[in-house]
Ligand binder design. Structure first.
Ligand code: HEC
Length: 215
């Protein structure tokens, strides 16, 4: 029995070797096969659907393992910036207390969630950023956001403001690829992870002079 298996295995190995030498799959074919194998190992469950595996231009261009071409990077950034939905009524700010709660929470988007309502989601910001110094547990994939508003001279967020840093921060939170084509940061507004009101609260956490982040 064991000998039979060994013989079959040896024959198969030889056949694969011959096939490999004669017509090896191209790298594109291998990519396709890998993508198909990954797709086949997942299924829709609850709110978590297999369509999450579909890559858009930026994701595909940043997943090759090589450098992204300059013209592609520019297109990804332009499309990301054009996708930003600016806040209704020009109201950029909420309150930093809710902002801290959202920044701390890493939950949401799982198949056990009853609905895909964004208000159930957190931003998971501490996973990649230092923000309030009181929180000692944070990741360092992204830069420290401690004193984010203070360092940029923000002294008032109660009046409507056209300060470029306010626009930049909103757009970065809405779609991080607007400024870095291959950003590792989630695209909170664009991917419907957080809604407009939640992003306002985060804006206050980062920019409000009264927020503990800016003490
Ligand atoms: C998976 C990691 C990750 C998560 C989660 C994440 N970020 Fe980031 N963030 C980054 C990286 C990396 C950068 C550096 C620029 C880039 O590559 O996009 C960045 C940049 C930023 C910047 C720009 C900083 C500057 O000085 O220009 C801001 C603001 C920011 N993040 C805020 C947040 C907030 C608020 C959250 C949560 C709602 C968050 N980030 C969640 C990775 C992350």
């Amino acid at each position: 029995m064991n000998r039979n298996i060994a013989t079959i295995a040896a024959a198969l190995g030889a056949a694969l070797l011959v096939a490999g030498c004669a017509t090896g799959p191209t790298s594109a074919e291998l990519d396709q096969q890998a993508a198909a194998a990954i797709k086949a190992s997942f299924r829709d469950q609850g709110i978590a659907k297999v369509d999450r595996l579909n890559q858009d231009l930026g994701q595909a261009a940043c997943s090759t393992g090589g450098e992204i071409a300059d013209d592609v990077a520019e297109r990804v950034r332009d499309e990301a910036l054009a996708s930003v939905r600016w806040p209704t009524g020009g109201q950029y700010f909420g309150n930093w207390i809710d902002g801290e709660r959202i920044a701390q929470s890493g939950r949401g988007m799982t198949w056990t969630d009853a609905s895909a309502e964004t208000r159930n989601n957190g931003g998971n910001c501490y996973n990649c950023h230092q923000i309030d110094k009181k929180e000692l547990s944070y990741g360092t994939i992204g830069p420290s956001l401690w004193n984010y508003g203070k360092l940029r001279g923000i002294t008032d967020v109660t009046a409507p403001t056209a300060a470029p840093i306010v626009h930049y921060t909103w757009a970065k939170l809405w779609n991080s690829k607007a400024y870095a084509a291959c950003s590792n940061m989630p695209r909170f507004g664009h991917m419907k992870l957080l809604d407009e009101q939640q992003i306002r609260h985060i804006m206050s956490l980062l920019l409000d002079p009264r927020s503990p982040v800016n003490q």
